[in-house]
Ligand binder design. Structure first.
Ligand SMILES: *[C@@H]1O[C@H](CO)[C@@H](O)[C@H](O)[C@H]1NC(C)=O
Ligand SMILES: *[C@@H]1O[C@H](CO)[C@@H](O)[C@H](O)[C@H]1NC(C)=O
Length: 305
């Protein structure tokens, strides 16, 4: 009797399991998209509405090889089995220039959803070649940095030409660069130069270019500049000397202002503070000197008083 009860309850559990799992089948992932930039292929999808805490996803693909020679079977994407994220890198799986069907399904508490297939087959020939160029001028040199890197070998060609001469035969310097970094040196000072980089996937015709960027090489500092700077420095020094001379005459006053002013003075002394009368009697320059010789901190102290 007890054994019979056990069997019945097990059967009931089984029925319950079947009804809960199959009454509301797990819906499939949706909005499956492929983003392929610089030959890196990233599959993305939106999660289905489901009541389990963690959904997992698996991705399969089917290329011309599978269609032709393997009776249309599907291959499991290597790094995209039972993954918790809603994206997966298929770069190593989709490794030929053929059309691929790609599909993804969700899994929740041991139950699989239907497959959702990418709406159009993916072909890596349609990858977007994106290249970013940063140009920096320093002296008569232009430094060029290129980004980002790609999982496949790319040939980057950098072109530089001088702007202004509308002649189409203006010589252009073209370099193939290996390390996504190049410096053009000895450019004409005062000249305007334009640069453009083009990246091509090795062994294919896929390529992409940056926008044209133009920079100007600064002119050398004229020889007249040195005497001007020297005489300015002389004038400033002389002016400072005059001010200091004046200041030493009024040393007592200045000393009080600059050195002994850190502690708040009793109000009796503050009332006799000579600066007030000085400012009123003497013209503008006096005030400037008093301020010049104080640090901002001390000035603030004075203002508080
Ligand atoms: C569909 O996927 C794309 C790319 O992942 C995303 O930008 C877009 O917001 C998604 N659409 C919806 C309706 O979720
Ligand atoms: C190919 O698939 C068909 C139907 O899907 C099947 O009948 C056939 O046996 C398969 N052939 C091989 C070689 O797997």
């Amino acid at each position: 009797m007890l054994q019979q009860n056990g069997v019945i309850s097990k059967l009931l559990l089984l029925v319950l399991h079947i009804t809960t799992n199959y009454a509301s089948p797990l819906s499939a992932p949706w909005n499956v998209t492929m983003e392929s930039v610089n030959m890196r292929h990233q599959l993305r999808w939106s999660p289905p509405r489901a009541s389990c805490s963690t959904l997992h996803y698996s991705v399969q693909f089917q290329g011309e090889w599978e269609l032709r020679y393997k009776n249309g079977s599907w291959e499991e994407a290597m790094d995209c089995q039972y993954v918790p994220h809603t994206e997966c890198d298929l770069t190593t799986d989709l490794a030929s220039d053929s059309d691929y069907n790609v599909r993804v399904r969700a899994e929740c508490n041991g139950q699989d959803s239907e497959w959702t297939t990418l709406s159009t087959p993916f072909n890596r020939r349609n990858t977007i070649i994106a290249i970013i160029m940063n140009v920096k001028v320093s002296g008569d040199a232009v430094q060029v940095d290129l980004a980002p890197h790609s999982p496949v070998a790319m040939i980057v060609t950098l072109t530089i030409w001088e702007q202004g001469e509308e002649d189409l035969n203006t010589p252009k310097e073209v370099v193939n660069i290996q390390h996504l970094f190049h410096i053009f040196q000895g450019l004409r000072q005062g000249g305007n130069y334009c640069l453009q980089a083009q990246a091509t996937v090795e062994g294919s015709s896929r390529s992409g270019s940056t926008d044209i960027q133009c920079v100007s090489i600064p002119r050398p500092q004229g020889p007249w500049l040195i005497p001007v700077v020297v005489s300015c420095a002389l004038m400033v020094t002389m002016a400072l000397a005059c001010l200091l001379g004046w200041a030493s005459k009024h040393r007592r006053l200045v000393m009080q202002n600059t050195c002994f002013h850190k502690e708040p003075l009793p109000s009796v002394l503050v009332d006799d503070w000579p600066v007030t009368t000085l400012i009123l009697e003497e013209p503008h320059e006096t005030l400037e000197v008093a301020i010049l010789l104080q640090s901002p901190h001390q000035k603030a102290d004075q203002e508080k008083l």
